[in-house]
Design a binder for this molecule. Structure first.
Ligand code: DGL
Length: 273
């Protein structure tokens, strides 16, 4: 039985999450919204990110989704509480499942977290780790240059290695044994990050942890659907963006590694004004 999963991100980055969820749940429907008109969220202020997140969620819920996944770490850090208390469908962010995984993986309780400036400044990852693991030592580092490096296709160049090395140096000096990739884009730098942080450090990719959590929620939803005998919808995969769909499709195909269906341009904010 299939469900309809809505997912939003500030742009293409959330496709790293979609890819993992799709891998686990290939028969479900996906409605993806990339808020490319407002991307990046990382350098923006709390209130702006919360407002965009609410608008994106209303748009997706209007598409008839059963479950909302906030694929963006910045949006998850700043708006998840608000979204959970505002909407009646299940809302899942990327932070909680990843934190659980990192806390299970660590032996020394010395955990590194990297993310956008807004995510790191929000302290949400740090607090969540401490809530799960008493006496954990959390070392957080904002890496604002990673997103443009990846989007501008500089990820394989020497400059990327130098920047990764520079950002990770303080974490290396703190002798972390686990590193959490707290941003949609960072799994695309996985190899480089592993090489620079050291092969003995466990890297946690929140996209895979999130996919496992989505699969769990699906089980509960199916149980409820059966109880109310809801009819099944046809499987569909739709991509919406708030800015140039062609650019999204090109970048998205690079992220994904296979062709995307047509991308539709919408302006969710207009419907609220
Ligand atoms: N999607 C964002 C995140 O995961 C990264 C890009 C942005 O700054 O909007 O935090």
């Amino acid at each position: 039985m299939a469900i309809s999963i809505g997912m939003f991100d500030s742009g293409v980055g959330g496709l790293t999450v979609l890819r993992e969820v799709e891998r686990l749940l290939p028969d479900d429907s996906f409605v993806y919204f990339g808020d490319t008109a407002h991307c990046p969220y990382g350098p923006k202020g709390d209130k702006t990110i919360i407002r965009y997140s609410i608008e994106n969620s209303i748009f997706l819920i209007d598409q008839g989704i059963d479950l909302l996944v906030v694929a963006c770490h910045t949006a998850s850090a700043l708006s998840l509480h608000k979204l959970k208390s505002t909407f009646s469908i299940p809302v899942l962010g990327v932070i909680e499942p990843a934190v659980q995984k990192a806390c299970t993986a660590t032996h020394s309780k010395r955990i590194g977290v990297i993310g956008t400036r807004a995510t790191i400044q929000s302290n949400v990852y740090q607090k969540a780790i401490h809530a799960h693991l008493e006496h954990a030592h959390v070392f957080a580092q904002a890496c604002p240059l990673f997103v443009p490096l990846i989007e501008e296709q500089f990820g394989n160049r020497e400059i990327a290695r130098l920047i990764v090395r520079e950002y990770l140096l303080p974490l290396k000096e703190h002798n972390i044994d686990t590193l959490l990739l707290g941003c949609t884009h960072y799994p695309l730098l996985h190899t480089l990050i592993q090489e620079e942080i050291g092969s003995d450090v466990v890297i946690v990719n929140p996209a895979t942890a999130c996919a496992e959590a989505v699969a769990q929620i699906k089980k509960t939803l199916l149980h409820l659907k059966k109880e109310v005998e809801e009819p099944l919808r046809n499987q569909r995969k739709v991509f919406f963006v708030s800015d140039d769909p062609v650019r999204f499709k090109e970048t998205g195909e690079r992220f994904f590694g296979y062709p995307l269906p047509d991308v539709i341009h919408v302006s969710p904010t207009n419907s609220l004004i």
